[in-house]
Design a protein around this ligand. Structure first.
Ligand SMILES: NC(=O)c1ccc[n+]([C@@H]2O[C@H](COP(=O)([O-])OP(=O)(O)OC[C@H]3O[C@@H](n4cnc5c(N)ncnc54)[C@H](O)[C@@H]3O)[C@@H](O)[C@H]2O)c1
Length: 315
């Protein structure tokens, strides 16, 4: 297939691109490099089945004949979406509309990268796909949460009214090589601080929980979903739950860092618990994550070491 990956120069999009190329497809990556970078796709420079188009997907564009669209373009980390609030809302709305329109025009299948943030600060735990969420519609994080919720609604509307063959993945916290080091996410913060010998910053008392999915597991789940006939949203993430404090300790263990932990006040709207219920993905796709946090961190260590030395352009 010839496949369009929007946001393909970003963290997840570039790993997805690698996996699609490995399956023998051709990939056109459309990215405006707002939060991604060329370094993430530099290894594909001589790959004849790979094309890069520097493109803001909020502007109308036609990529030519494509058979599948993976719409991953969007600032994704709190640091990025808080800095680019309007762009985040634009890419979730106008960008998603443009990509769905391209899918309709070319008869292409479409997969939306949505997020566990659709559940907000959940009152149900763990979160099943049937849970509608608990989101502050005007809070700081709403630029991201609500744009993704709108993108999901738009995707379902194109599916229902215009018969576009769509899928929606709700991605939970994902980490691995190419994660931006300054993006404010838990893993990158802790790895950076530990490797620099700085104190690890824990917000609140560190009892809030997160789950972390290694990027190859996440991509395997996304590709399995893309091949299924499921049109409703599907959680793909790792249900192993850690408190932030436990996570900090595992990072210290993995890096062998002597750093101490420092507590700071909890920011507003910070979710207290986040863990996917992946029963549906297991039944439907026969998929489950395979890489635990300690192993995934070890596999990411070399990347983070290079990143803090500034030898990757994305860092
Ligand atoms: N990484 C995670 O843990 C996670 C969790 C939930 C959802 N997601 C979703 O997965 C997708 C990828 O996230 P990521 O972590 O790789 O983030 P990222 O910032 O590394 O990648 C996003 C990419 O989209 C590009 N982009 C942004 N706006 C664009 C626009 N208007 N036109 C073209 N390109 C644009 C950026 O330049 C970047 O390369 C996002 O849609 C995100 O919401 C990621």
């Amino acid at each position: 297939m010839r496949i369009l990956v929007t946001g393909g120069a970003g963290f997840v999009g570039s790993h997805l691109t690698d996996a699609l190329l490995a399956e023998g497809h051709s990939v056109l990556c459309a990215d405006n490099l707002l939060t991604g970078c060329r370094e993430n796709i530099a290894h594909l420079a001589r790959e004849p089945r790979f094309e890069f188009l520097e493109q803001d997907v909020c502007q109308a564009f036609d990529p030519g004949e494509v058979e599948y669209i993976f719409h991953f373009a969007s600032p994704a980390s709190p640091v990025d979406y808080l800095e680019h609030g309007i762009e985040t809302m634009q890419v979730g709305s106008i960008g998603t509309m443009n990509c769905l329109t391209i899918a309709q025009k070319h008869g292409a299948k479409f997969l939306l990268a949505s997020t566990s943030e659709c559940y907000g600060d959940p009152l149900e735990h763990p979160q099943k796909e049937s849970y509608w969420g608990h989101v502050n519609p005007i809070g700081l994080r709403s630029v991201y949460d609500e744009s993704k919720r709108f993108a999901e609604a738009l995707t379902m509307a194109f599916h229902r009214y215009r018969k576009v063959d769509t899928r929606i993945v709700r991605i939970f916290n994902t980490y691995g090589p190419r994660l931006q080091i300054n993006d404010g996410r838990v893993i990158s913060n802790f790895m950076k601080q530990a490797l620099r010998g700085e104190e690890l910053t824990v917000y609140g008392d560190g009892s809030q929980t997160r789950s972390f999915c290694y990027v190859s597991d996440e991509v395997a789940g996304i590709i399995a979903l893309s091949k299924s006939d499921e049109h409703a949203p599907l959680n793909i993430g790792n249900p192993a739950e850690f408190t932030i404090l436990e996570c900090a300790r595992i990072v210290l263990e993995t890096t062998g860092s002597p750093s101490k932990i420092r507590f700071k006040p909890l920011p507003p709207d910070d979710p207290k618990q986040r863990r996917p219920d992946i029963t549906k993905a297991k039944h439907l796709l026969g998929w489950a994550p395979e890489i635990d946090l300690r192993t995934g961190l070890k596999m990411s260590l070399e990347y983070f070491q290079r990143a803090i030395q500034g030898s990757t352009a994305c860092a």
